[in-house]
Ligand binder design. Structure first.
Ligand code: PMT
Length: 396
């Protein structure tokens, strides 16, 4: 990989000493590091240490380089990645609100490079509503976070707030340089999460889908340059930044919401766990025990539309991917779904007994007319990239 420049912002926190090891990690990987320290950070580590490590001037004050009158802009422009590690609650708040009152916050506002933040602070400061809101705002603007670790904190408290280890921070940042951009110009439709099929205003039929698989797919496609529409059932995940998210409830809503984005897309991935049936009627008022026992005990179910099969019937040149969630005979059932649904390939996963639904990892098989390919257990993000690799092979 060619040498990249990492502008490393160091803020006033006991974990500032770990930034010295972080500099070394980047250098070992062949990258150049330029350090900006806040004035508070200099109370924890002497700038001379960073100067000796980086063989570069260490920038602290907006006006400390007479040879470069617009110091903050040149630093901002030099960055291939702008990393703040450790980042205090105060610096995070400034970046979230566009406050530029020192060199680091000004350069962070001025940079167009990807911004990565590795927070470090007391657990209560980390959990404070203001800090969490600021993180949410920054995430929604595409800022990447390297979450702090939990453990014993310098102040004596125990909890989340320890700066992540320098090797982990360096690996996460270096992985960003490796990110493929092979989906630029491509439009993706991705479905995620469960559907809810109403029995009455307070009861419904649903399933255990958390939406994690579909959301991971949306984030992976976005990061590889695609324009992504994510149609999701009710989940408690945060909307991924830079993705067009449409929230739905029922299978019929899902079909309606998918029609337009499907027409416009180059590829569609159906990861939603859609209810095959719904109650024939939804009661207007809550069904009551004792009074509506007959209705509650005999809920008539009728077929829902098959969203994937309906849309794939007019797939044209699009690459269409279905999932198969199976508790048994995974490959045989997936093959039946491949034939029935009209997808280019099926991502088969075993579900139930703690598998796939709600988990961070997944293990899948790609089932197509060419045979079966096993993808060993990995994070849903890694599985997503493997699915996208399969799709890229099918783009003409
Ligand atoms: O959300 P997570 O907690 O991360 O869990 C992930 C997952 C297990 C939900 C996911 O990996 C998965 O398997 N999704 C598909 C679940 C499912 O509904 O499988 P199925 O075998 O019942 O359906 C086959 C395919 O047809 C799926 O692509 C499904 O989206 C689609 N379908 C099904 C029924 C229907 N009425 N319309 C559909 O479009």
């Amino acid at each position: 990989m060619s040498q990249k420049t990492i502008v490393l912002g160091v803020t006033g926190c006991i974990a500032a000493y770990k930034s010295c090891a972080l500099v070394r990690e980047f250098q070992r990987a062949g990258h150049r590091v330029k350090v900006i320290m806040t004035e508070h950070a200099t109370h924890f580590v002497d700038p001379v240490t960073f100067r000796a490590l980086t063989h570069e001037k260490v920038a602290i004050d907006l006006f400390d380089d007479p040879a470069d009158p617009i110091h903050h802009i040149s630093l901002a422009q030099e960055a291939d990645i702008f990393l703040i590690a450790p980042c205090t609650a105060n610096m995070m708040a400034k970046v979230a609100h566009g406050i530029a009152d020192d060199l680091l916050s000004t350069a962070a506002l001025a940079t167009t490079a990807p911004l990565v933040i590795a927070p470090a602070m007391n657990v209560h400061m980390y959990e404070a509503a203001a800090t969490q809101e600021n993180m949410k705002t920054l995430r929604s603007r595409g800022v990447k976070f390297i979450e702090p670790d939990a453990g014993y904190l310098a102040c004596g408290d125990v909890g989340k707030g320890r700066l992540s280890e320098p090797t982990d921070i360096a690996n996460a940042v270096i992985a960003l340089f490796d990110e493929k951009k092979d989906l630029v110009g491509k439009k993706f439709l991705i479905t995620a999460g469960p559907t809810r099929e109403r029995i009455d205003p307070v009861r419904y039929i649903t399933n255990d889908s958390s939406g994690k698989m579909g959301f991971a797919l949306a984030e992976a496609a976005r990061d590889r340059g695609a324009e992504v529409t994510l149609v999701s059932g009710p989940v408690s995940l945060e909307n991924p930044a830079g993705v067009n998210v449409i929230k739905i409830e029922s299978a019929r809503d899902l079909l309606e919401a998918c029609k337009k984005p499907f027409e416009a897309c180059d590829a569609a991935i159906f990861a939603a766990a859609v209810a095959d049936k719904r109650p024939a009627r939804m009661a207007d008022a809550k069904l009551k025990k004792g009074q509506d026992d007959d209705l509650l005990g005999h809920i008539e179910l009728i077929d829902n539309p098959d969203v994937l099969a309906t849309l794939a019937a007019n797939k044209g040149d699009r690459v269409v991917v279905g999932f198969a969630a199976e508790t048994n005979d995974v490959l045989a059932n997936a093959r039946r779904k491949l034939e029935k649904k009209g997808a280019d390939f099926i991502v088969a996963n075993e579900v139930g007994h703690g598998k796939a639904f709600g988990t961070a990892d997944n293990e899948v098989w790609f089932v197509s007319e060419n045979g079966e390919e096993h993808e060993p257990a990995a994070s849903k993000r890694q599985i997503s990239d493997a699915i996208l690799d399969q799709i890229v092979k099918r783009f003409r």
